[in-house]
Design a protein around this ligand. Structure first.
Ligand code: NAP
Length: 291
């Protein structure tokens, strides 16, 4: 392999990720390995941007010739206002996680939900059409997941949330002529679960350092269904561990992170993302952090 550090030229693709904080981000490791594996001269850098300097930073990427960047906490919603154009994914999710800069124009996308659905289908090796799907949580991640799931012709989608108003609002917003998204509280969950094929946790319950927590007691998890968790730290949450012991097929959140990046990579480069290389780089970066 060539030494990319000595190979920077005007052809170099400049990419990055804006956030505050940003030091913990695994995206640079994942994307730099991907560029290297594809033989594309480029650099993906962490960009520490404070909220009050977001507009200046975004203008700076244009001036510096960036081809695009990712957006992470806390800038995903604010970024909407700074785009010249928005993809439907960003409008529906109410947040931008990927920006493509072309001919001096900024276009905002949201690849979180479509990334999750692509990883779910890959890991299950199955389509989602005709499935009854129940989602725990109604935050930002749930919005992207519902948006992407509805493109797969599921039989039903039900959103359960602690703050029921938020579940209702999400369901109303995403319902359309052919599918009414349902909503409810945790009190109604057992009835819903009796007819669920796929149960997805989009809440932050069980995320490190609170990895001893779970969104649902083990005894309430239906036996033998598909259970998924968006959380990828830890790789296997307590929720997924307990679902496994109920005979469920489980899908964790690592694939979502890989595929939201893969979509962004494909928008920026026009080439297929080297997904397995990206997954290995992400796992290595996570292991490195634990050392
Ligand atoms: P968010 O907008 O803050 O939403 C959090 C959700 O969790 C809300 O529905 C909230 O319910 C619920 N919740 C939090 N604590 C709860 C508790 N103690 N009891 C019941 N419900 C609780 O967060 P987000 O951006 O959607 O992220 C959610 C999770 O997705 C995080 O763990 C994040 O790491 C994960 N995620 C993973 C990826 C990936 O690439 N794998 C990408 C994005 C997000 P209320 O509305 O009632 O507060």
């Amino acid at each position: 392999m060539t030494d990319r550090k000595n190979d920077l030229s005007h052809h170099t693709l400049l990419l990055g990720v804006m956030g505050d904080p940003i030091g913990h981000s695994k995206s640079p490791a994942m994307h730099n390995i991907a560029l290297e594996a594809s033989g594309i001269p480029g650099m993906y850098v962490p960009l520490h941007v404070k909220p009050e300097q977001l507009a200046e930073a975004v203008a700076g990427t244009k001036a510096l010739g960036f081809s695009g960047f990712n957006v992470t906490i806390p800038h995903k919603v604010e970024m909407l206002k700074l785009m010249d154009e928005l993809d439907e994914s960003a409008v529906c999710c109410g947040a931008v996680n990927t920006v493509v800069i072309q001919d001096g124009k900024l276009k905002g996308y949201n690849t979180d939900g479509i990334g999750y659905v692509r990883s779910l289908k890959e890991e299950l090796n199955s389509e989602l059409s005709g499935k009854h799907i129940t989602i725990l949580g109604a935050g930002g991640a749930a919005r992207g997941v519902v948006y992407a799931l509805l493109r797969e012709q599921p039989a039903s989608v039900t959103v359960i949330n602690r703050t029921v108003d938020k579940a209702e609002q999400l369901a109303t917003e995403f319902s359309h002529d052919t599918l009414q998204v349902q909503s409810g509280s945790y009190d109604t969950l057992d009835k819903v679960l009796a007819q669920t094929d796929i149960l997805i946790n989009t809440t932050s319950i069980g995320m490190s350092p609170n990895s001893d927590e779970t969104p649902l007691e083990q005894s309430r998890i239906p036996e033998g269904i598909i259970v998924s968790d968006l959380i990828y730290n830890p790789l296997e949450t307590r929720f997924l561990r307990e679902a496994k012991s109920r005979g469920c097929t489980v899908v964790g959140g690592l694939g979502m992170f890989v595929y939201q990046g893969a979509y962004a990579y494909e928008y920026w480069t026009g080439q297929p993302a080297p997904v397995s290389v990206m997954r290995s780089a992400l796992l290595e970066a996570m292991n490195h952090q634990k050392e």
